[in-house]
Design a protein around this ligand. Structure first.
Ligand SMILES: C[S@@+](CC[C@H](N)C(=O)[O-])C[C@H]1O[C@@H](n2cnc3c(N)ncnc32)[C@H](O)[C@@H]1O
Length: 305
């Protein structure tokens, strides 16, 4: 049976929620509800007048919804955060937490195609009510588009070779399952050299990012957060790979995803945030040992000026 505990073990729980500097009567947003670990910790620190809005676009996360008058679940992509806050009549928020990417539940679900550990349909949609699947992308994108995805989102050096192998495979047969993708890429899952696992993890990550438009959603959400946070409000974000981390770092330093520093007439740098931690926070040794998924996590915290 899936419980909130087996669904996902929250990463950097104390550090990320401490970073919000919770005001008991404040309004907070957790844009990545998942198993609800971070949301429950935020609720435990809120007083009776505080409120938490938590987003998740995955229907499975709804099984973890908590019964609390101070809690509202928003079944949506977090890129629409400004529209939703307007809908709920919220002009400003005191803090926003994001724990990006997919949950352990996604990797452990044998049916959704997020992991090469199981033979499953190539879906990879977090919101499986809409949008293109990984199979659609693998079968319909041009070889060049596939190479770009593997290079940009998987940081795979031999992206062109991988795209060529997929293009060759699909001349004879559509790619429908994770096993088809492994076959197309000539992966022997019995190979003793562990490099294939690292490369497949990167290829799967690249496809997942494209399927879910993760980079666009992140940029739009951070832009919305910048507009919604009140002065002194906190932004606490956990990332799991360098592409996400770069965008978060740029927004916190410069106020935009590109990291372009804007200056006023007198040459003073204009930025909406002050960094709370200059150095990224990473899980301690104990957390990295007990929860291997936490090993790639990086936490950044900023305060709205
Ligand atoms: C790393 S998990 C969060 C785990 C959570 N902090 C916990 O303690 O259980 C990320 C969650 O965010 C959701 N998610 C990712 N991107 C999203 C988006 N653009 N909009 C809404 N939900 C998203 C995923 O479906 C997943 O459940």
């Amino acid at each position: 049976m899936i419980t909130a505990e087996t669904y996902h073990v929250p990463v950097l729980l104390k550090e990320s929620v401490d970073g919000l500097d919770i005001q008991p009567d404040g309004i907070y947003v957790d844009v990545t509800f998942g198993g609800g670990g971070h949301s429950k910790e935020i609720l435990s620190r809120l007083g009776s007048k505080g409120h938490l809005y938590s987003f998740d676009q995955d229907a499975d996360a709804e099984n973890n919804i908590v019964d609390d008058d101070r809690f509202t679940f928003v079944r949506s992509n977090f890129r629409y955060i400004e529209n939703w806050m307007q809908y709920y009549g919220v002009e400003h928020i005191d803090g926003l937490l994001a724990d990006l990417g997919v949950s352990s539940h996604h990797f452990d679900d044998e049916t959704r195609g997020f992991s090469f550990r199981f033979d499953a349909p190539l879906d990879m949609r977090m919101n499986n009510r809409a949008g293109k699947t990984a199979a659609d992308i693998l079968n319909d994108y041009t070889e060049e588009q596939l190479a770009d995805i593997f290079y940009l989102y998987g940081e795979l050096k031999d992206s062109r070779r991988l795209a060529k192998m997929i293009a060759k495979y699909r001349q004879n047969q559509r790619l429908e399952t994770t096993q088809n993708l492994m076959d197309a890429l000539g992966v022997q899952s019995t190979a003793t050299n562990g490099q294939w696992k690292k490369d497949m993890a990167k290829a799967f990550q690249a496809l997942r990012i494209e399927v879910n438009h993760e980079m666009d959603a992140l940029r739009e959400m951070l832009n919305g957060a910048t507009n919604l946070l009140k002065e002194g409000g906190r932004l606490s974000v956990i990332t799991y790979h360098s592409l996400e981390d770069r965008i978060v770092k740029n927004v916190m330093k410069a106020g935009n995803a590109e990291g372009k520093m804007n200056q006023d007439f007198f040459g003073r740098v204009q930025t909406p945030f002050k960094l709370v931690n200059n150095k990224v926070i990473v899980p301690n040794d104990e957390e990295q040992t007990t929860n291997p998924r936490s090993r790639s996590a990086k936490l950044r915290i900023a305060e709205k000026l």
